[in-house]
Design a protein around this ligand. Structure first.
Ligand code: UD1
Length: 430
């Protein structure tokens, strides 16, 4: 099993290209199920989750072809991928595939809308909480579907004339349920209104792509989305937006080590309040022609008081990284997690570096320390694992991060991107 070895202490200087967003790539790929025509996605990141989703979509009959590399293509430039669901050959998404990635559950929306039925295993994914699917099922019921749960599978059926537009009011903001409602409602008859919709940039990216495919959607990016269903959708070409979580992660890495990094292709507007938090802590952030430049020179970090919230609030997917950073602040910081109930698993691993963190319910209090010391640590989930890398970059001596397959789900060649900016970091294979 691969591990990552880091020797801490080097400042980060240079340029890091930001890949296409995993959390946009996945729903965009799933949208290919809505049409028999080809959906071409550019800037697709090379990630384990993308590879797994290609297999899952292939199981339903989607033909996936990756364009050959152009001679001029930068090694970090994303792939161009053609997805064609000419015929859906299977409306069942089996346990052995869905249990490995929660987002694959989302195929239920397009399969049900296009084929009138779908049988999808209840999902798995990162162990960061119970993560139920009740909002998804209520949304599909609001569009006229009948739902049964049998032997770990959700059996869904549309009424005889197909899904019908309806009013969907989410009790709590859910990114995945909003994606599914958008896709299903695009092919439903009549108007659908989604209330308390997620406002994340990835929702807007999916809606933009669906609109290119012929969907009639208004209000994506706000809490209320209106969709006029259309009988069919066409193919389209769409470029995946840059990964805001990767952007924030590398911004925190340079905040941790000191130095000066340009995050190529990054967009500040996608980060919501996250860059504000870094600026308040003493990090400089500058929007440039080709991305966002982040630096910290000399000065210590001020302590932080942050609560995770749906977009545009501080993202839960950057909470673990911020906690690593808070370990080096001059004073006591507080981080409150409100999205997932079990998302502090990195705390015990950060403690191996000498971090002083106390958890009380949903709030962690972090006492800044002068030095962190390298240690063997274990990745527990995708975002937690990268917080250990950030700690390792500044820790004295050697850090070994075990179970890096978590990292490979969401960070494209992290060790290559960091080492070319001066970090001592390498992958140990086998
Ligand atoms: C997505 C992101 C994930 C991010 C999360 C929150 C992808 C592939 N994943 O996950 O990286 O951390 O948004 O920004 O885009 N909930 C229910 N019932 C449901 C659905 C959700 O109670 O049917 C709850 C969840 O347990 C959680 C909250 O709603 O407490 C938000 O979850 P949600 O936004 O749905 O997360 P995901 O879409 O799974």
């Amino acid at each position: 099993m691969d591990r990552i070895r880091i020797v801490g202490g080097a400042k980060l200087e240079g340029r890091i290209p930001i890949s296409g967003a995993k959390n946009a790539a996945l729903p965009l790929m799933i949208a290919s199920l809505l049409t028999p025509y080809t959906l071409t996605l550019d800037n697709l990141p090379r990630l384990a989750d993308v590879v797994l989703l290609k297999r899952i979509l292939g199981n339903h009959g989607v033909e996936v072809t990756v364009a050959g590399k152009r001679a001029s293509q930068d090694e970090f430039e994303g792939d161009s991928v053609r997805l064609t669901a000419g015929e859906i050959v299977d409306t069942t998404a089996p346990y052995d595939l869905v249990s490995r990635m929660r987002a694959s559950f989302w195929v239920i929306g397009p399969l049900l809308a296009r084929m009138g039925e779908a049988k999808v295993s209840l999902p798995g994914g990162c162990a960061i909480g119970t993560r139920p699917v009740d909002f998804f099922l209520d949304a599909l019921k609001a569009l006229g579907a009948t739902i049964d749960i049998e032997a770990g599978y959700v059996l869904s059926k549309a009424p005889s004339g197909g899904l019908k537009g309806g009013r969907i009011t989410f009790p709590k903001v859910s990114v995945g349920a909003t994606h599914v409602a958008l896709m299903a409602a695009s092919l439903a008859k009549g108007e659908t209104v989604i209330e308390n919709a997620a406002r994340e940039p990835e929702i807007v990216d999916l809606a933009d792509c669906l609109i290119k495919m012929g969907a009639k959607i208004e209000g994506a990016g706000s809490s209320t989305i209106h969709i006029q269903g259309v009988p069919s959708l066409s193919g389209a070409r769409h470029s995946v937006l840059p990964d805001r979580i990767e952007t924030g992660t590398y911004a925190m890495a340079v905040a941790m080590t000191g130095g000066d990094i340009t995050l190529e292709g990054a967009r500040r507007d996608l980060l919501g309040s996250a860059f504000d938090v870094l600026e308040e802590a003493g990090v400089t952030v500058e929007v440039t022609n080709d991305g966002v430049r982040v630096g910290r020179n000399g000065a210590g970090l001020r302590p932080m008081n942050v609560t995770t919230e749906p977009f545009p609030g501080f993202p839960t997917d950057l909470q673990a990284q911020l906690m690593a950073l808070a370990c080096r602040a001059e004073g006591s910081s507080k981080i409150t997690e409100t999205i997932f109930e079990n998302r502090f698993m990195h705390v015990q691993e950060l403690a191996r570096f000498g971090a002083k963190i106390h958890i009380d319910g949903r709030t962690a209090t972090i006492e800044g320390v002068d030095t962190l010391k390298g240690a063997p640590v274990m990745a527990t989930d995708l975002r937690a694992s990268v917080s250990l890398v950030i700690a390792g970059l500044v820790a004295e001596g050697e850090t070994i991060v075990n179970r890096v397959y978590h990292l490979d789900r969401g960070f494209e060649r992290l060790e290559a991107k960091l080492s070319r900016c001066g970090a001592t970091i390498e992958r140990l294979t086998g």
